[in-house]
Design a protein around this ligand. Structure first.
Ligand code: NAD
Length: 420
């Protein structure tokens, strides 16, 4: 396929689906991978991640052919729009891509481009692994106990974006409908009101929970915890829990066991490789990740809970400079760090590229390049253990050396070369 403004690399090959599957990739050794640098510090961390991922690919006998695609400010400059169709098409067609952060103005202006991209590409699971790297300063005593992967639903709940602004005819119509026809009379205070609707569907819940359970089985994890506020929001969050358990009960046979049937029905016997599915109320879960960190493994939850939880987990293992993420669809992945565009640091070659690099690691794993993915992790860890870090970690460590974004990437590459 040719594009108007995207330059397709000459000698790379496309990642495709394995014949007869809708989710398994056929990855050549010279894949074309679209990259969006993004806004703000995206132009610092994007190239740094490319340098590291290139080195890991080379060390394992492969070569990535990058294809720059545009969204946000770079797209406004090139196309005069925020999210050009050909960016979405290019990512769809090449199946695996990586992006830096995109700025979303608060209040007026446009809706989040990140949300738009995830919706247009049907990337329904936002996946955030949180694990501690040796040497990274943490506010908790035993950060190494954290090794969780959060699956956050990406297309409904607050991301459905169904809400009406105070003072509009629409919001008054919704208010009248809720009060007069739906039995909620006297619940909403008088005066200006904004109203939102929070949809949680069986379809959206089940595909998310299925993905989390599949991940737990594939990666030898012990449990999947459904996190919800079903005690209060019975018909949305409570229903998420019930549909989640339905998937666990009905689709996996002996491989998956739910917590409440565990000991009674099995008399304490449990297959070694079984995954236990349990559930926790969201507020309780936020304290449990601090007090019983190592009891949690894979988490499946709705959009807003997932946002809070994964940031809280991220803080325990070193904060935004470290925390990686990716968005999964069927046979498709868009990796991206958890952090935003940190505009005040733009272009200063200063911020930590680890989150972007480790997002690239998720991408390599998804491509089946586990050797390259492990090399990236080990080399980043070795660099930090050596005390070579960016400003955000340096100020928390004794005897560390402060490196620029690009210098940190070069130090990681040196470690890749040493380790491979
Ligand atoms: P932010 O993550 O951009 O920055 C908050 C602070 O975190 C920064 O000031 C900095 O101190 C620190 N930080 C962030 N990234 C870092 C890094 N790599 N290394 C070291 N320190 C780092 O959050 P914000 O200021 O709330 O948001 C700025 C913009 O980014 C907003 O427009 C927001 O909508 C957008 N955003 C985008 C994404 C995304 O693209 N996925 C995610 C979050 C926020």
């Amino acid at each position: 396929m040719s594009y108007d403004k995207i330059e397709v690399p000459d000698d790379g090959a496309k990642i495709t689906l394995k014949e007869g599957t809708d989710d398994e990739l056929e990855v050549p050794d010279n894949p074309i991978i679209p990259i969006i640098y993004g806004d703000g510090v995206g132009s610092d961390v994007g190239p740094a991640a490319q340098t590291v991922l290139d080195a890991a690919a080379k060390a394992t006998g492969r070569e990535i052919h990058w294809m720059r695609v545009y969204a946000g400010e770079s797209a406004r400059e090139t196309y005069d729009e925020n999210l050009p169709d050909e960016t979405v098409e290019a990512i769809k067609e090449h199946r695996v891509a990586i992006k830096g952060p995109l700025t979303t103005p608060v209040g007026a202006g446009f809706r989040s481009l990140n949300v738009g991209l995830r919706k247009l590409l049907d990337l329904y699971a936002n996946v955030r692994p949180t694990y501690h790297l040796d040497g990274v300063p943490s506010p908790v005593k035993e950060p190494e106990k954290m090794d969780m992967v959060t699956f956050r639903e990406n297309t409904e709940d607050v991301y459905a974006g169904i809400e009406w602004e105070a003072g509009t005819d629409e919001v008054e119509q919704v208010k009248a409908f809720v009060e007069d026809e739906m039995g909620a009379d006297g619940v909403i205070h008088d005066g200006p009101v904004g109203i939102g609707v929070k949809p949680i569907t069986e379809f959206g819940t089940k595909r998310l929970v299925r993905r989390a359970i599949d991940y737990a089985l594939e990666h030898d994890r012990d449990s999947v915890t459904l996190v919800h506020k079903g005690n209060i929001m019975k018909f949305t969050e409570g229903q998420f829990r019930d549909w989640g358990y339905e998937v666990a009960d009905e689709e996996y046979g002996d491989e998956v066991i739910t917590e409440d049937t565990l000991w009674e029905e099995r008399d304490g016997e449990m297959p070694d490789d079984a995954v236990v599915v349990n559930d926790r109320i969201a507020d309780n879960m936020l304290q449990q990740i601090l007090t019983r960190t190592d009891q949690y493994d894979v988490v499946a939850t709705m959009n807003l809970n997932g946002d809070y939880m994964s940031d809280a987990c991220g803080a325990q293992i070193g904060g935004l400079g470290i925390a990686p993420g990716a968005n999964f669809g069927d046979g498709r992945l868009l990796a991206e760090p958890v952090h935003g565009s940190a505009p005040k640091y733009e272009g200063q070659d200063k911020v930590n590229p680890t989150a972007m690099i480790l997002s690239g690691r998720i991408m390599l794993e998804y491509m089946g390049w586990d050797d390259a993915a492990d090399l990236v992790r080990d080399a980043v860890e070795a660099t930090i253990v050596d005390g070579l870090v960016t400003y955000d970690l340096e100020r928390q460590l004794d005897d560390a050396e402060k490196l620029a974004t690009s210098e940190f990437a070069d130090a990681v590459v040196e470690n890749i070369e040493t380790l491979s």
